[in-house]
Design a protein around this ligand. Sequence first.
Ligand code: AMO
Length: 451
Amino acid sequence: MVTQINTRQVTFDENMIGTELGDWRRTTYSDQLDPSMDGKQVTVMGWISSVRDHGNLVFILLNDKQGQMQITAKAGVCPDDIKETLVKLKEQSTIAVKGTVKPSPKAPKGVEIAPTELRVFSQVEKIAPFTWQTKTVPNIDTRLELRAVDLRRNILQHVFKMRSLVLKSIRDYLYEKQFLEVNTPKMIATATEGGAALFPIFYYNKEAFLAQSPQLYKEQLTLSFEKVFEIAPIFRAEASRTNRHLSEAISIDLEEAFSDYNDIMGHIENIIKRSITTVKEYCEKTKSTDYKIPEIPDKIPQYTYTELVEKMQNAGAKTKWGDDLYPSQLKKINLTGFYFIKDWPLAPKPFYVKAKSDNDKTSESFDLMFGDLELSSGSTRIEKRNELEERMKNKGFKLDAFDYHLRVFDYGVPPHAGCGIGLERLMMALTGTENIRDATFYPRDVDRLTP
Ligand code: AMO
């Protein structure tokens, strides 16, 4: 039986050439091919990266998620229909080939595949504005408009593969330390943090919000599970256009009973060390040299807020005790790499943050920094209901709205501490990525709600 493909008027013999996946399944990824498979029949699938037509010989480079392989169609060996069809296919068309493996020293993996059957699933009509090899595209919006294709570029492929491995290494660490992975609601009735604005949503006939943090829920869960973590989106209506703020970011949140902020800084140190090892191993294995992997000393330096404010003032910054430490001011004292800023003023901190026992103007809190980029913040929390209520009243919160939270504190909330680590910012630090959008699959910011 013969089928007409209208756009190209190519005659397809369905025995050799088809357009549907049907019962075809891949037997082999590109990285599994090697010359010892000489004569073996394989089914490979992927995207055409290049077509070179030398008349009697047609070379196709085919990409799959593991790498690249070569299909060689030789006149007299390869059925004519297949050879003619392959020549006409444009880059990035999606195909499957059944064929025989042959050693070929010059081809990727030292082998080529001689096709005997072909499936053409989707023929590309447009030339994509970027290919696997494109390293930079001047306008990021051009890329984001066609994000799924952009994400195929090798430079981003590595970032997202490292992101996945880093997440796994963090999960492994937390499981080893006996944290329980949890999920908390993302549609909530009240703010938890103050500061960043919330996204309002319709919740049946009421106003609700997208959660800016799992803060109160993770604290509550220390009462039932002691050690919990969550890796999930946080939503922040950030009006600023910067290379480090998203409206929807992924936060790695930990909360641990019977511990304080020093214990949490210890966990963070271990997490960062593992993450760096993970990224290093990946780059070595894949011979990727495009990424700036940071070094980490055995102990991440810790500076108090007060100490840094003095340093900044000595360096000419206008920062006063009590102010936030803005990147532009922090730059003046040239701190590089990872470091903690601890013991922040209590007043601007959220209501759940505990005061230091020897100085109630400061708090048991910290930020993990990388240069002037904040990667994480955390603290020891208040576990006593009356103290919590006092702080909330001082900050002008209506206690009624938080009754669902406060009532838990009548039933033995343990001393506890925790932190939130921004995953995208962590990946920026680990890979030297300058724009947070390049550590995010589909970024959401003040100007972007699609794709
Ligand atoms: P905080 O508000 O400091 O703390 O957030 C924790 C970490 O989340 C990341 N982050 C963001 N990343 C990208 N875009 C944003 N708009 C954005 N906002 C925050 C940062 C930041 O350090 N509940 C506390 C955490 C805790 O104490 O457990 C909290 O949310 O890397």
